[in-house]
Design a protein around this ligand. Structure first.
Ligand SMILES: Nc1ncnc2c1ncn2[C@@H]1O[C@H](COP(=O)(O)OP(=O)(O)OP(=O)(O)O)[C@@H](O)[C@H]1O
Length: 226
């Protein structure tokens, strides 16, 4: 993955102003953006995904310009071909596992049928060991299963990169260790570039790759460890 980001956005909430001035470039397969809560990591990730619009700047991914304010380019989120794993996984509570994964195919805003399973959905159910719970709803799953469903939903559309917002924050410590290892293995197996944001130094240490440090809306440092 080659990614280049240079974006600016002013966020106002009442008397408070937050200034995002994020600039970095990477050609890593594993990029970790590490920083304290409130540093601006989620805002930057949302801008890359197309879920939030910078005031100005440039975002390039694998030679494609996703956003360029000077040329009025703003590729819609669904055309950016990036998967996004939300901090709380954002699964649909009324849909079962199979339907939640099927939703990632995004063939319009519809309720995926519980019958007639697309091949890609079957593949990810098997790959993540979810076939047995395919009929269960998110509230009836363990934390690790919920995370796997969210990962499957992000991967089913065959994105060219996966963006992960604090993927382990919702897990208890033991499960966190296991799911870190799972994500590590998944990245090696699929060879899909991943950009992960976290405030947990252990995530940065174990997931490795190109680690960028973010502070007060800016990328303040970087380290390559693998
Ligand atoms: N819609 C908004 N309007 C105004 N300010 C906002 C808005 N969303 C976020 N902010 C502010 O922008 C700053 C950066 O928020 P962001 O969610 O990017 O932080 P973060 O580094 O991802 O933190 P965390 O690790 O807690 O998720 C925070 O100070 C936050 O209060």
């Amino acid at each position: 993955m080659t990614i280049g980001v240079n974006i600016h956005k002013t966020l106002k909430a009442g008397p408070r102003t937050f200034q995002l001035d994020a600039q970095f470039a990477s050609d890593g397969k594993r990029v970790v953006i590490y920083g304290a809560s409130g540093a601006g990591k989620s805002q930057m990730l949302k801008a890359i995904a197309g879920l939030s619009r910078p005031d100005s700047g440039l975002i390039e991914l694998d030679g494609r310009t996703l956003f360029d304010s000077s040329a009025a380019v703003d590729v819609p989120a669904r055309e950016r071909r990036v998967g996004y794993l939300f901090q709380d996984y954002a699964l649909f509570p009324h849909l079962n596992v199979r339907q939640n994964i099927g939703f990632g195919l995004q063939r319009g805003w519809f309720n995926p049928s519980s019958r007639g399973e697309p091949e890609a959905v079957r593949y990810w159910l098997e790959a993540f060991g979810l076939a047995e719970v395919a009929h269960q709803k998110p509230a009836e799953l363990s934390g690790g299963q919920r995370q796997r469903v969210a990962l499957a939903r992000a991967l089913v559309a065959e994105p060219s990169a996966l963006l992960l917002d604090e993927p382990f924050a919702a897990l208890d410590p033991a499960l966190r260790v296991r799911m870190r290892a799972e994500l590590d293995a998944l990245q090696r197996r699929l060879d899909i570039p991943m950009l992960l944001i976290t405030h947990d130094p252990d995530d940065a240490a174990t997931f490795g790759g190109h680690v960028l440090t973010m502070s007060e809306g800016r990328v303040a440092g970087e380290d390559r460890n693998g």
